[in-house]
Design a protein around this ligand. Structure first.
Ligand code: MN
Length: 134
């Protein structure tokens, strides 16, 4: 059974990029284009992971993350925040808001999918392509 990833992103180009790389990697996707509907979708769908843009209409990503992590029903969902490399301090703010990880824009496809897999696929030490120390 493939895992479900909810993409909360208001930029159409980035949405398409995420959708394409996730589907190629056999993930199911759901989409929201603002913070409020993203939160509603998260509560309804209970996805395995959420890609959460920070700059969103109606409700920003920090507030969405806080609401998710404050709710026992959604607090276990892995949340990866996405923000522009230029936005100084966003990484710390995102982690403080309860996000589990952070990715910078512009999106590097390989980094992005690697991070998602790290969170969703149980790691078998004998089965890793890299021998990077833990
Ligand atoms: Mn945005």
């Amino acid at each position: 059974m493939s895992k479900l990833i909810l993409i909360i992103e208001d930029n159409e180009k980035n949405m398409k990029l995420f959708r394409d790389i996730l589907q190629v990697n056999n993930y199911q996707t759901a989409e929201s284009t603002d913070g409020k509907s993203g939160l509603e979708n998260a509560r309804k769908l209970l996805p395995d992971l959420i890609l959460l843009d920070i700059m969103l209409p109606i409700m920003n990503g920090f507030d969405v993350a806080r609401a998710l992590k404050d709710d026992p029903k959604t607090k276990k969902i892995i949340v990866i925040a996405i923000s522009s490399f230029a936005m100084d301090g966003d990484r710390e703010k995102a982690l403080n808001a309860g996000c589990d990880d952070y990715i910078t824009k512009p999106i590097d496809v390989r980094t992005c999918i690697k991070k998602i897999n790290e969170h969703l696929i149980p790691q078998n030490p004998s089965n890793q392509e890299s021998t990077k120390a833990a």
